[in-house]
Design a protein around this ligand. Sequence first.
Ligand code: NOJ
Ligand code: CA
Length: 562
Amino acid sequence: MGEQSSAAADWWRQAAVYQIYPRSFADGNGDGIGDLQGIISRIDYLAALGIDAVWLSPFYPSALADGGYDVDDYRDIDPRIGTLAEFDELTRLLHTAGIKLIIDIVPNHSSNRHRWFVEALESVPGSSARDRYIFRDGKGAHGELPPSDWQSVFGGSAWTRVPDGQWYLHLFAEEQPDLNWDNPDVHAEFLDTLEFWGDRGVDGFRIDVAHALKKDLPDELPDEATLLEGTFADGEHPIWDRDEVHQIYADWRKLFNRYSPPLTAVAEAWVPAHRRVRYASPEGLGQAFNFDLLRARFAVDEFRKIITENLDLAARSGASSTWVFSNHDVIRHATRYGLPAAEATGDFGPPAARDWLKAGAPPEQEDREAGSAKARAATLLALALPGSAYLYQGEELGLPEVGSIPADRRQDPTFFRTEGEEIGRDGCRVPLPWTAEGISFGFGAGPAHLPQPDWFAEYAVSVQAGDPQSTLELYRSALGLRHQLQTDEQLEWVDLGDPQVLAFRRPNGWLSVTNFTGTPVPLPDGELLISSAGASETSETSETDSADRHGLPGYATAWLQQ
Ligand code: NOJ
Ligand code: CA
C-alpha cells in the first residue's frame, strides 16, 4: 500500500466523530421528527464544526419502542426519516464535504415487527423460523412461568409469552426479541446487510451491544442473582462478552477488508477495560468504545488513570483509543459535572444524577456554570489526546440535560418498564435549538417530538455562532486546531508540580494543561493557542476569568505552543 492510501485507510484513528440522533437533529418537513433532509440542510454546519465523520444512530423503519434500536428492516429507511435515495444523496454530500459516514448496526435483536419475528410467531414451536430467535417453554405446571427470572436491561422480565404458550428472550424491551446467533441464517443476513450499506458507500459501522450476540443457554438456566453476582471466568458469562462473539467479528472483518479503504467498525461493548482489546483488534471490529471518561468524575486522578490505561490498551489491541463523554444513552456531561455528589457512576449516568432527574430536576441543585466550565475543560483535554473523539450532537452547544419532561411526553421504554422509577434517556434526546426564536427553535417548522424548554433559546446555534466565548466556537476552534496534533499518537506526561494539574505534550510540541481545582493556577511559558475558559484576546477584562499568560482559571484546560 502506498503512503497515501495507507493514510486514507487510517482515517479513523484520530477522527472526531459526531453522533447524530436523526430524529432530533433537524426536521426538514416540519412534522416534528428529524430527518435526512434536515441533516442535508445542515451539512455546512457540520463542515464548519470541523468534524471528520458523522455517526448516524438508527434511521431504519421502526415502531420506536426504543428510539429506533428496534429495527423492522435493516436495509431501508423509516419513511418518516427519508428514503434510500435521500440516504445516497446525504452520503454523497457528506463525502463532498470531506466527512465520512458511520451507521449504526443493531445485531443483538430485531424488532418484533421484523419479517423474521412475524414468521416465527406464525410458525410452530421448534420450527426453523423460531430458531432464529430464542424461544423456550415456560416453567410451572402449564408453562405459565417464564423460563427464568431474568430481568431486562430496561426493567421487567426479559421473557415475554406468545399466544401458543412459548416464551421469547429480550434483553431489552419486549419489542426487541434477541436473535439467535447460533443460527446460520442470522450470520448470513447480517453479512448481507453490512455489504448492502458498504456498497452504498458508508465508511463504517457502530455495533450496538456488540458483547451480547453469543449466549450459552443451558436447559436449566442460572438465576438472575447468579447472572449479576456469579463469578464467571473472562468470556464465560452466559450472556455478556463470551469469547465466541469474536468469531462473528472475524468474519465481518474479512468483508470490511474487501473495501478500499477497509470499512471501519466500533464496538459498543460495556465490558471491563482489559476485555475491550479483542473487540478493538485489527482482526475484529477494529475499535471499541471506552466509556471510562463518561463514567468518571471530573477528578484529576481518575482522568490520569483512565488515559494511561486506555492508551496502553489501545496500543495492545493495535487500535487507537476512543474518548466519549456524552451520547444518546447518558445524562449530558454539562449536567453531570454540575450536580453535587456525582460520585459513582452507572451505565445510564451516575445514580446521583439519576436521582436528581427523578426528583424533578430541581434547578437549585444544578450548578450550570460549574458544569459548563468542567465540561468545556474535559472536552478540550480529550480533544488533545491521541485517538478518536466521539461527540454527541448538542454537546458543542454546551447543552444541559432536559430534566423536566411531562410523563405523557416521555418516550424511553426505561421510563415505562420501571414505572417511572428510572426517568430514562429522553432528556439528552431533545431536538437541538438552531435559533433563539421559532416554534421549535429552528429545529423545524412544527413543534418538536420531544418538548424543548424555554431556556433552549440561550443555547441556540444562532446565539453562539460568532461569539468567541461560546461553547460552539470553542469546539470549532479546538476541532480546527486538533488536526495539527495528529502527526502521530504519542503523548508525554509533563509534571508541572501541582498534583491537581494534568499536563501532557504531543509530538508537535503542544502542551495541554488542565486545572482540576476551582482556583487559578500558573501556566507555564508558551503561546496560548486556546483555552476552555475563554478566548485569550478578551482576557484583559478579567485576569481570573480567562486564561492568559498570568494563569489558568479554575476548571479549565489550555493548549500552549512551547
Ligand atoms: C445501546 C443503545 O445505545 C441504546 O440506545 C439501546 O437502547 C440499546 N443498545 C439496545 O439496542
Ligand atoms: Ca421530519
